[in-house]
Design a protein. Structure first.
Length: 139
């Protein structure tokens, strides 16, 4: 395994574990498995926990990717942030759809559903970050 892949596994894995911890705390303690009604929109607890997790792990994930994993990328940092944000939104949508399907249609437990969903998305994320968000440009 090359050094960059190792860094991705450690940094991405750490951020993923943080996201799972935040998700668990949100689902079991903050939102306590009740619907969250904001007046104009309502979220089930597992979706509210997902949103909280994304809000916290997005900036951490970007900084880890930018300064540790793909530090040798010579793309403009704003372009990296824009691309990273785009992929986070795409993968968040995938996460939302899969989580909703697993929990609400298959009636699986919240946390194992989120774990499986993240496991699927991590594979797509690695290639998107490596070959698009933080790629090296020809000099």
């Amino acid at each position: 395994m090359d050094k960059q892949t190792y860094y991705y596994l450690v940094c991405g894995g750490g951020n993923t574990v943080l996201g799972l911890i935040i998700y668990f705390i949100g689902d079991h303690f903050l939102f306590h498995k009740v619907d969250i009604d904001l007046g104009f929109i309502a979220f089930k607890s597992h979706i509210a926990s997902l949103i909280l997790s994304i809000i916290i792990t997005f900036p951490i994930g970007f900084l880890l990717n930018r300064y540790i994993v793909w530090h040798d990328s010579n793309l403009n940092p704003y372009k990296q942030l824009y691309r990273h944000f785009g992929f986070v939104m795409l993968f968040s949508l995938m996460n939302y759809v899969l989580l909703k399907m697993f929990v609400e249609y298959f009636n699986w437990w919240h946390f194992p559903s989120q774990f499986l969903t993240i496991s699927i998305i991590v594979v797509f994320s690695y290639f998107a970050q490596k070959y698009i968000s933080f790629r090296k440009t020809a000099e």
